[in-house]
Design a protein around this ligand. Sequence first.
Ligand code: ATP
Ligand code: MG
Length: 452
Amino acid sequence: MKPSTQTTEERAQIKPGPRVYARSEHSISRSQVSENALKVLYRLKKAGFEAYLVGGCVRDLLLGREPKDFDVVTDARPDQIKKVFRNCRLVGRRFRLAHVQFGRDIIEVATFRGSVEENSEHRFLNEEGRLLRDNQYGNIEEDVWRRDFTVNSLYYNIKDFSVIDYVGGMEDHLSGTLRLIGDPETRFREDPVRMLRAVRFAVKLGFNLHPDSEKPIAGLADLLNNIPPARLFDETLKLFLSGYALQTFEMLRHYDLFRELFPLVEDSLAEEEEGFPKLFLIKALENSDARITDGKTVTAYFLFAAFLWNPVKAEAKRQIQQGVNETIAYQNASSEIINRQLKSTAFPKRITLAMREVWTLQPRFSRREGNRPFRLLSHPRFRAAYDFLLLRIQAEGEDPALGVWWTEFQEVSELEQKKMIASLSRNPQRKQIKRRRTNKAKAVNRHPQDNV
Ligand code: ATP
Ligand code: MG
């Protein structure tokens, strides 16, 4: 381990004092701040402490967006915060934070973190420059330098409703620039996840990544290898389930970051064996974004099953060529691909189980003799697997007649269902073609996941 190379003095040289924007010089009004967050701010102030809103909520308020949550920082230490609020729990072992609870709403209150001097026992970097320890308390002037982007580092002061800006964040807001505080390479090395955050915020806010912040990314992308897969999984959810998945995917690939999260998918895209993998992925991402825009829910497992579908298929195909039967081949391939993916992102069990079911049910849609369609229909994961089939028809060249048949099979009476199965075995080809003519539009226009 070696100590940080950047001293407080050097950091202070980047930007000297703060610029304070009075209430009349910015657009944040208290009516946009949640009642509970205001209560916390006022209570801390009344108890004689400093209290600010900081981070994503200030950024979003300045953009006129509704923040996901409100984060508060203060000079009060955790034990002092606890004394101010009865409804307060301290969490986190390494760096204690206070959670102030109002029913189901939680306001997170953090104590300012300190800058840590060169050679200090509190600040250690590993061989690649990753920050291993950073757990000192400090004041606002120190707290600001350990934040990531200038637009995430503005403080809304409850004392006089001003916005305090040490790093030029307000100007960057106005010009739509996402810029790392300090030396970009050092900051990415300290925490490589900041590279993923850069993409997430650039897409979400519609900001341009500043050229200096952008430059080191491609060269440092592989530092993400050393980040625990559990943390990368959390970040992956934020990247792909926020309504901008398609743009995020394109930008991650542009910076060579996508391969760090989904190496098998990146390889399958590079091969483009049948010309379909990219189209399939794009359709899945588009559908998912459209659902979020429409206020519908999206399921993580469905999207990640779509991501990894081509690697699963390729592996199953390989096994089938070696003489393994189709069902077993898909089961083996699912296990194999999941095990390899878990090295990058630690998907929890509930997600991998559901992905595996969606995949292994796919070959069963083509087997429609006897009781099989009834068994498939009563499978708990049928609806998701059926939506996945429709996606394959939309974007993978799977036979539309198969989708039409299954759509109809779900809608008719049991007697009709039996007739559908029987007529398939009498003359499968003719019946399929006839139904395709009458019902094609119906199935293809349905949205995958509509029933998930
Ligand atoms: P979101 O809208 O996704 O919640 P956010 O900016 O609030 O965006 P959080 O992850 O909630 O993001 O973090 C809150 C704040 O903490 C950030 O705005 C930033 O100032 C700081 N922060 C979070 N993660 C990092 C990091 N990896 N490095 C430096 N600062 C960080
Ligand atoms: Mg936040």
